[in-house]
Design a binder for this molecule. Structure first.
Ligand code: ZN
Length: 278
């Protein structure tokens, strides 16, 4: 494997027979992909015994694992109990991810709820620092990486996550390029727009580009941001995956691209093939 970017699926490939996390990893290998994201999006139900098998299978097949935490996370909830539950969901995702050998744990950090950006940033940062402290206490080395989110009502623009990273260097951004595109009602209108996004990351810390976790997918959106994911070659998709891949090559980005299109493995292979020909 010579590629500097590992491509893979958001979850168990659809073509997996008798789908489970373990058979999913084996299927990823058969497809000649190199990564899989474990989707804990509806809750963390991974048992330690299963996780050990998952880790073994991933190591044997040389598949890089990451985790997507539950959707039901809001570190800026108006209710303290919900903030606490969100902290726990991120911790549980990281703990189970660690058992599985996953290196990156992503999640959508929270909503603005009409509050001032400074206040929201403070609350989210404070809560993530609590998670970091818990991870340290439990000697968990998997990294929590909040994702760039698809709606302006959600905390998580690229700039916000880079600011968070500057304040807390243990928290690197997980870049969902389709979200970055959708959140600004179609940000990537030219290839230069894509370059600008990568330059923004590079300017903050060029090292980020040497271990970058990324999501790709086609996407439908409005002025309110993300509506739903699409396959890359959907006639209505404007997310310019080719430009983004070309820029990743241009900036010599290393890392992982997880495909979140509805046809996860088909588009992951499309991306991998396009990238390898560059
Ligand atoms: Zn996500």
């Amino acid at each position: 494997m010579t590629s500097k970017i590992l491509f893979g699926t958001a979850g168990i490939p659809l073509s997996t027979s008798k789908p489970s996390t373990i058979t999913g990893i084996e299927r990823v290998k058969e497809l000649e992909l190199h990564a899989m994201e474990l989707e804990f999006v509806r809750g963390v139900n991974m048992k330690k015994e299963t996780a050990k098998q998952v880790k073994k299978t991933a190591e044997k097949n040389e598949i890089s694992l990451s985790v997507h935490g539950p959707y039901y996370i809001n570190l800026n909830s108006k209710e303290t109990t919900k903030q606490e539950a969100s902290i726990k969901r991120i911790f549980d995702s990281a703990e189970a991810g660690e058992w599985c050998g996953a290196k990156a744990i992503t999640f959508h950090p929270g909503f603005f709820q009409g509050m001032l950006k400074e206040k929201v940033t403070q609350t989210i940062q404070k809560n993530l620092e609590i998670v970091l402290e818990q991870l340290k206490q439990h000697k968990i080395v998997a990294k929590i990486k909040p994702e760039t989110t698809g709606k302006p009502t959600q905390y998580g623009s690229l700039t916000e996550l880079l600011e968070l990273y500057s304040a807390v260097p243990a928290i690197k951004p997980y870049v969902d390029f389709a979200h970055v595109h959708a959140r600004d009602n179609g940000r990537f209108k030219t290839k230069e727009n894509v370059r600008n996004a990568l330059e923004e990351i590079e300017k903050n810390d060029a090292h980020l580009l040497k271990d970058l976790n990324m999501h790709f997918s086609g996407i439908a959106f409005s002025e309110k941001g993300e509506k739903n994911h699409l396959v890359l070659q959907d006639s209505t998709n404007t997310f310019p995956y080719k430009w983004v891949l070309e820029c990743l090559k241009e900036f010599d980005v290393h890392g992982t691209v997880i495909c979140e299109s509805p046809n996860i493995e088909k588009d992951a292979l499309l991306l991998q093939k396009y990238y390898e020909k560059l």
